[in-house]
Ligand binder design. Structure first.
Ligand SMILES: [Fe+2]
Length: 194
């Protein structure tokens, strides 16, 4: 069997495992933790993810679809983030689980503390931090807020599983703690899907 075929089979198995967990539990903190452990185990199989099969980004980052489900299902991607890539605190609007194949990416987690009553303004406070590196991962619930930065000189290569495919993503909400500002991007979801 080719590496690509082995990879496809392993990704399909992961997705089956994810559905087996969520059918039982829904998307709960313990379900997300269980999914994270499955994704970390898959990411450890580095032979399935040779760099030659995945083009590097020209700059910043790039996502390679591994398994994107039909019918508004989940999306599994191989993500490559180059050294220097940073993302300000943001809320995807949908749960997300990451696991590292190689390299290191720091995730800081934030909690919004204002009431959301002033348009364009928001206050977020840091509540935690995780280094996603080989053997580890992170999980976020639907409206958790994180920021990311690649640590070191190597690209951060990992697996990312999102509750929705990226092409069907809700509007990501970006926070700028220093200015106490917030900005929502346009949703990619169809009105019937929101
Ligand atoms: Fe993110």
């Amino acid at each position: 069997m080719s590496i690509a075929a082995k990879r496809q089979k392993a990704c399909a198995k992961l997705m089956d495992d994810v559905h087996a967990i969520t059918v039982q539990e829904g998307i709960t903190p313990s379900a997300l933790h269980a999914i994270k452990l499955k994704l970390v185990a898959l990411a450890k199989r580095t032979d399935l993810f040779p760099l030659a099969d995945f083009a590097m980004p020209v700059s910043q980052g790039r996502n390679h679809p591994l398994l994107v489900e039909d019918n508004d299902g989940h999306g599994l991607y191989l993500t490559i983030s180059l050294p220097g890539k940073v993302a300000a605190p943001h809320d995807h609007g949908i749960w997300c689980v990451n696991a590292a194949v190689s390299g290191r990416e720091r995730h800081k987690f934030f909690r919004r503390t204002d009431g959301g009553d002033k348009p364009g303004q928001a206050v977020v406070v840091k509540v935690g931090e995780v280094m996603v590196e080989p053997g580890s991962g992170m999980a976020m619930a639907d409206h958790d807020i994180h920021s990311t930065d690649v640590v070191g000189d190597e690209p951060a290569i990992g697996l990312a599983l999102y509750g929705y495919a990226l092409v069907n993503f809700p509007g990501v909400v970006w926070f700028h703690p220093q200015y106490k500002s917030v900005r929502a991007c346009v949703s990619r979801r169809q009105p019937a899907m929101v």
